[in-house]
Design a binder for this molecule. Structure first.
Ligand code: SAM
Ligand code: SF4
Length: 451
């Protein structure tokens, strides 16, 4: 059997598997975690600790058809300004709940489109954040920037506030593809945004591009990747386009029969992967590429790469606090998510309460499985010795978990006394292999096969 048929047999081309930016994944969250847990967990942060902060801005001026993110369209500034005021109230609540002397190792503004905020609102919001907790030494402050939705005044405000990493959405440069995915953005617009970002001394640049888009061929994707390389990003996220029109209704605008077949998706990924490698980028985990001196590449080399809701990170903080509608916080105790409905989130904050709607408190099993899944997603390895050191398990317990996975995935997984490893040939299957350690997914699968 050739490799492609083996991959097909193992479900690569028909599986819908999570990207494991958390374990358990967000669909497993329940109402068992509420505002008081969030306050309690904030209260366990040690005075003077470094934490990370994520701020979510769920608005966009344009609603790109391909986009699966939860975001609301707005043509006016007023909902954005009202939202910023509520974020400031939420920050004041955070200030009251946090211990003294906490600083930020990472600050990230994501969305949606945070650059919809006018320059003055950006300054205001940054001042409100730094009144709660200042940036730590060598902190990273990153912002998601839509190249169509940025200008000099807003970039000045972001640079003055300390932004030192910009993340731009590219998706694809091909005009036909841009038209069919409802996201028009010329190469010139993107290049001008990159130039303006760099002119303000922001040297770290991330870019998102997609493979598996309608009409995409190896030639078209190569052309887009080469255009992107001409902008010299430090990091690239090469995501597989997720076509989920039953969840993201606007994707119904994209005819399913224009999408590449699953086997073609693998070829597209490999084409882009090769171009990044030839240009000196290091591949990171399942879908990122970085210049060898970039923090992600260094973390991957040192074995300190982590996974969080933004994907791969070199952030070492144990606590990530998320503010804004739908944002998710991570604590050593568990996950807590804000209400996704902007109005309900706003009402809770106005009444003086955090809008935590759901979450998950970790069990011992969750922690063990989370470490295995994170190890596979970040380093393609799991060390038996590390698990024996960190958890109350025996070698026999771990062998009983690893052996059936190695049995299923054969030459794509190696199981030795040292642990589990995914060799290069098996990396396309990483999410599927990780899913075999997801107790909730396994339970769902056994339940659905029983009915
Ligand atoms: C929340 S968006 C923010 C980007 C910013 N608003 C912009 O448009 O430039 C972050 C990224 O999610 C990715 N994304 C959105 N929808 C996706 C989908 N259906 N499949 C895969 N990736 C997707 C895109 O690459 C996008 O740049
Ligand atoms: S890709 Fe960006 S601008 Fe487009 S809808 Fe998604 S979040 Fe909004």
């Amino acid at each position: 059997m050739n490799t492609k048929s083996q991959l097909a047999q193992l479900g690569l081309f028909d599986a819908r598997v999570p990207r494991y930016t958390s374990y358990p994944t967000a669909p497993q969250f329940s109402g068992a975690v509420g505002p008081q847990d969030f306050r309690d967990w904030l209260g366990t942060i040690a005075p003077g600790d470094e934490i990370s902060l994520y701020l979510h801005v769920p608005f966009c001026r344009r609603l790109c058809w391909f986009c699966a993110c939860r975001t609301q369209g707005t043509s006016s500034e007023s909902p954005v300004l009202a939202y910023v005021e509520t974020l400031k109230a939420e920050l004041a609540m955070l200030r009251a709940a946090l211990p003294e002397g906490v600083t930020l190792s990472r600050l990230h503004w994501g969305g949606g489109t945070p650059t919809l905020m006018p320059a003055d609102a950006m300054r205001d919001l940054a001042a409100a954040i730094f009144a709660v907790t200042p940036l730590a030494k060598n902190a990273e402050f990153s912002v998601e920037i839509d190249p169509n939705e940025i200008d000099g005044a807003r970039l000045d405000a972001l640079a003055e506030a300390g932004m030192n990493r910009a993340s731009i959405g590219v998706q694809d440069f091909d005009p036909d593809i841009q038209e069919i995915i409802g996201r028009e953005q010329s190469y010139e617009v993107t290049r001008a945004a990159v130039k303006a970002i760099r002119a303000r001394g922001v040297h770290s640049l991330n870019a998102d591009i997609l493979f598996g888009l309608p009409y995409q061929t190896k030639e078209r994707l190569s052309d887009s990747v080469q255009k992107l390389l001409s902008l010299s990003p430090d990091r690239v996220a090469l995501y597989g386009y997720a076509h989920v029109p039953w969840m993201a209704r606007r994707q119904q605008m994209i005819p399913s029969d224009t999408l590449p077949r699953p086997e073609e998706r693998l070829a597209l990924f490999e084409t882009a992967n090769q171009l990044f490698s030839w240009d000196g980028y290091v591949d990171i985990g399942i879908d990122h590429f970085a210049r060898p001196d970039d923090g992600l590449a260094v973390a991957a080399k040192n074995g300190t790469l982590r996974r969080n809701f933004q994907g791969y990170t070199d952030d070492r903080s144990e606590v990530l606090v998320g503010l804004g509608a739908s944002s998710i916080s991570r604590f050593p105790q568990g996950y807590a998510q804000m209400n996704s409905a902007t109005s309900a989130w706003g009402k809770a904050v106005q009444s003086g309460e955090f809008a935590i709607k759901r979450g998950h408190a970790f069990t011992g099993q969750d922690r063990l499985r989370a470490q295995i899944i994170e190890g596979l997603m970040c380093d393609f390895t799991v060390s038996t010795e590390a698990l024996l050191r960190d958890y109350d398990v025996t070698r026999a317990d771990l062998d009983a978990m690893f052996a059936p996975v190695a049995e299923t995935f054969q030459n794509f997984v190696s199981h030795t006394s040292e642990g589990l490893e995914i060799p290069t040939e098996g990396r396309a299957l990483t999410r599927m292999i990780a899913a075999r350690f997801d107790a909730y997914a396994m339970e769902r699968a056994s339940h659905s096969s029983a009915i």
